[in-house]
Design a protein around this ligand. Structure first.
Ligand SMILES: *Cc1c(COP(=O)(O)O)cnc(C)c1O
Length: 423
């Protein structure tokens, strides 16, 4: 099936690979039967076995193999193995969407009566999800800044997880991962990090203490904006206390693999949010250029941010030297600020006029596409959030979010220049 790089004879060689080489070769076994350079699309629901005994073994994890694509599928497994290797995890579970990954990452741990501490500057769908979880007896306490100072006072005997985006979408605050993970680990709480906007290209959050890493793979990992998907990676960092995390108790003998085993054999499999083989394949094709795309998008984003500054327009971008998160951007992300920036147009009306005047940048609700996308978040993604939540997510009436693509930068700045001048 798929190589597991760390167990492979060539493990040493894989370990020393640089990012772009690893993207292509690490844990990419292709299809050993035919020599196909990528794992083919196994577009089937079920897999037959030679005997009832063998199917019993496969079904009960006593033998390798596949039974049913909601539970596992070779194309999906290939994608999971490659992302897990890139994030240096102990394993990964792919999901039907980023929201499914966020949901499952939490429900893999939480029970009714439990509490979560979350950053208030989250993706709109995730904020809405925390509201939905209240109906199941799961309470979320929000902090304005995801720092030990704000988190620690809110931890109590019911707290079971802390959740934040590494680079908030779209408030672009960066989490001081080392400080936060050290603080919450002291209290025996796992740190779940949504690293969608940072991508494995800029950082492996597990290196800085994050426990569970989730991605909306619909964004940068896919890159072409052609499939919805998500993935959960377990860094292997967290030491589960099985009396406290009772959901995992059943899998105690698996030690650090208990969380993934509990997802795979429990809530993830039973809720049915599996990734379609076709989408796993599209992601595998897309992810191979992640490094090249991120390099270009981050460079374009910085040049656009500098252009807005020159034009006297308020711009938020972590790689700008006077940005409050610039120090963390340098420490954690190698000085790359990601591919999202926000600007403030002065009023909702001016924001709409600016968006409508753009000729290249596309007005669409997505990020991480090869194309530059713009959106007015207050009237769309955050239309259901109350004003307080919206503002702490960094979304004002006049905010425009720009997801910077890989176009030639001169064309992008020219597009924004003519749109600004038309106001
Ligand atoms: C888009 C996004 C999600 C949700 O992902 P979908 O694939 O749209 O379900 C979650 N978190 C972040 C940071 C996102 O940008």
């Amino acid at each position: 099936m798929c190589y597991n790089a760390e167990n492979d004879d060539r493990g040493k060689k894989w370990k020393s690979l640089k990012f772009n080489t690893a993207l292509l070769h690490k844990n990419n076994g292709g299809d050993p039967k035919t020599g196909a350079t990528l794992t083919p699309i196994y577009q089937v629901s079920a897999f037959s076995q030679d005997s009832a005994e063998q199917l019993e073994r496969v079904f009960n994890n006593k033998a390798p193999g596949f039974a049913y694509s909601r539970i596992s599928n070779p194309t999906v497994a290939a994608f999971e193995n490659r992302i897990s290797a890139l994030e240096k995890g102990i394993g990964a579970v792919a999901c039907s969407s980023g929201m499914a990954a966020v949901t499952m990452s939490l429900l893999g741990i939480l029970e009714s009566g439990d509490e979560v501490i979350a950053s208030s500057g989250l993706f709109g769908g995730t904020l809405d999800l925390f509201g939905d979880l209240e109906a199941f007896g799961i309470k979320t306490r929000f902090v304005e800044d995801f720092t030990p100072e704000e988190i620690l006072p809110l931890i109590n005997e019911r707290t079971r997880a802390c959740f934040s985006e590494l680079i908030g979408n779209p408030n672009l605050k960066i989490v001081d991962l080392r400080a936060v993970s050290a603080a919450v680990h002291q209290k025996g709480i796992p740190l779940i990090i949504d690293s969608t906007t940072a991508t494995p290209c800029l950082i492996n959050p597990g290196d800085y203490g994050a426990d569970i890493i989730v991605h909306s793979a619909s964004k940068y990992i896919n890159g072409g904006g052609n499939a919805i998907s998500g993935i959960i990676v377990d860094s292997g960092n967290f030491r589960w206390d099985f009396d406290k995390f009772r959901k995992l108790k059943k899998y105690e003998k698996l030690g650090q693999f208990a969380y993934l085993a509990s997802l795979r054999n429990g809530i993830w499999r039973n809720m049915g949010g599996c990734l379609a083989p076709m989408n796993a394949f599209l992601n595998e094709v897309g992810m191979e250029t992640l490094g090249l795309r991120m390099e270009r998008s981050c460079e374009n984003a910085l040049r656009l941010a500098e252009f807005f500054e020159r034009k006297g327009i308020t711009v938020n971008y972590p790689a700008l030297p006077d940005n409050p998160y610039n120090k963390l951007c340098n420490e954690l992300l190698g000085g790359k600020g990601g591919a999202i920036l926000t600007i403030r147009a002065g009023s909702k009306e001016r924001a709409f006029r600016l968006i409508n005047a753009l000729k290249l940048a596309t007005n669409a609700t997505n990020i991480g596409d090869v194309r530059t996308l713009v959106i007015h978040p207050a009237s769309t993604i955050y239309a259901h959030s109350d004003e307080k939540r919206r503002i702490s997510a960094g979304v004002y009436e006049d905010t425009i979010r720009i997801s910077v693509g890989i176009e030639d930068c001169e064309d992008l700045t020219e597009d924004f220049r003519q749109a600004i001048e038309s106001l």
